[in-house]
Design a protein around this ligand. Structure first.
Ligand code: ASP
Length: 319
């Protein structure tokens, strides 16, 4: 189990990001790919840091960071999303404000370039929390968000994974999802100088998922949660388990009601409870004091953080 905790006294701001968790071998990523991933994570941290350092809000920071990761084909969100069993991309995203406990989420998008911005529009410009499919897309269009042809999300590497999935699982029930072909969900959690926490998560889901399947990423409390009373959490992993265990909220609730530290809460949920259920994944989180935790029960989680004390870094494997 890998657990990294960074504490910060008199915190001003902090940002932690992830680009998915999974059981991948070190050898499966060559030196050039490693550099590409780490550079993209570092650039995303810089974008968020510039916003937070200038006194911007945690909401602006997490949206900007996730947008940047959605625009990169390296990750399973926005461009580069995995394919469902029909060979289509269906995108999910959610965002939550820890100050107001307001939240927005979207699922089953096929034409919105940046699902995280659609989630934010739902939160800020509608009385609702969660919109799906065509209704979500119409809402995003009415809110002036950039629309794209579904072909925009195509990525050859993801298509090859999809073809491989079909070949490997011809005899399985439709809807079987291969855990090893889904790496790359993205997320960000930030604490701003006002002491407000925000969390954002965006994904293409899991390769081979059934048409219409909804994972944990857009479900408030499962793949995303933020409360100034406890912490902000963004999750990645096998969504069905994260939904059943209400992972993000469970971590916050353990802090709020049981007085656990962020690190203890995250470790018990990810590295004890989920491991007992043979569920793979991880979380990134920040508590109200600026402590950062990156906990995962897989061999790898693309991740990084930066804070106002100048601590920073980005990693893929245990190092
Ligand atoms: N949690 C995502 C889902 O189940 C996938 C992932 O994080 O890799 O849709």
């Amino acid at each position: 189990m890998i657990s990294v905790a960074v504490s910060q006294e008199n915190s001003k701001y902090a940002l932690v990001i992830h680009g998915g968790a999974g059981n991948i071998a070190k050898e499966s990523i060559n030196e050039q790919q490693r550099e590409e991933y780490l550079n993209k994570l570092a650039n995303a941290l810089k974008v968020g840091e510039d916003i937070l350092g200038a006194g911007g809000s945690s909401l602006d920071a997490v949206e900007a960071v996730v947008k940047m990761l959605e625009d990169s084909p390296l990750f399973n969100a926005g461009k580069g999303a995995v394919f469902n069993i029909e060979g289509k991309n269906e995108l999910d995203a959610s965002i939550m404000c820890g100050n107001t406990h307001n939240a927005g989420a979207v699922t089953g998008l096929t034409t919105i370039k940046n699902p995280i911005s659609a989630a934010r529009a739902v939160m800020e410009n509608s009385p609702h929390v969660f919109l799906s499919g065509k209704g979500a897309e119409t809402f995003a269009y009415e809110n002036g968000l950039e629309m794209v042809d579904p072909g925009y999300f195509f990525d050859q590497r993801r298509w090859d994974q999809y073809r491989q999935h079909i070949r490997n699982n011809v005899n399985r029930r439709r809807g079987y999802m291969d855990e090893n072909l889904k790496m790359g969900t993205v997320g960000a959690v930030a604490l701003d100088m006002e002491g407000n926490i925000a969390a954002a998560t965006s994904t293409g889901g899991m390769t081979g998922k059934r048409y219409g399947r909804i994972g944990d990423s857009p479900i408030i409390g499962a793949g995303n949660y933020a409360s100034n009373l406890s912490c902000g959490v963004s999750a990645t992993g096998h969504g069905e388990f994260f939904i059943r265990n209400m992972v993000a909220y469970d971590i916050a609730a353990r802090m709020h009601y049981a007085g656990q530290s962020l690190q203890d809460a995250a470790r018990e949920v990810i590295s004890v409870n989920l491991v007992e259920q043979e569920a793979n994944g991880g979380i990134i989180a920040i508590d109200k004091d600026g402590n950062i935790v990156m906990e995962f029960n897989t061999t790898a989680m693309f991740r990084g953080y930066v804070n106002s004390e100048g601590k920073r870094g980005a990693w893929i494997f245990e190092d």
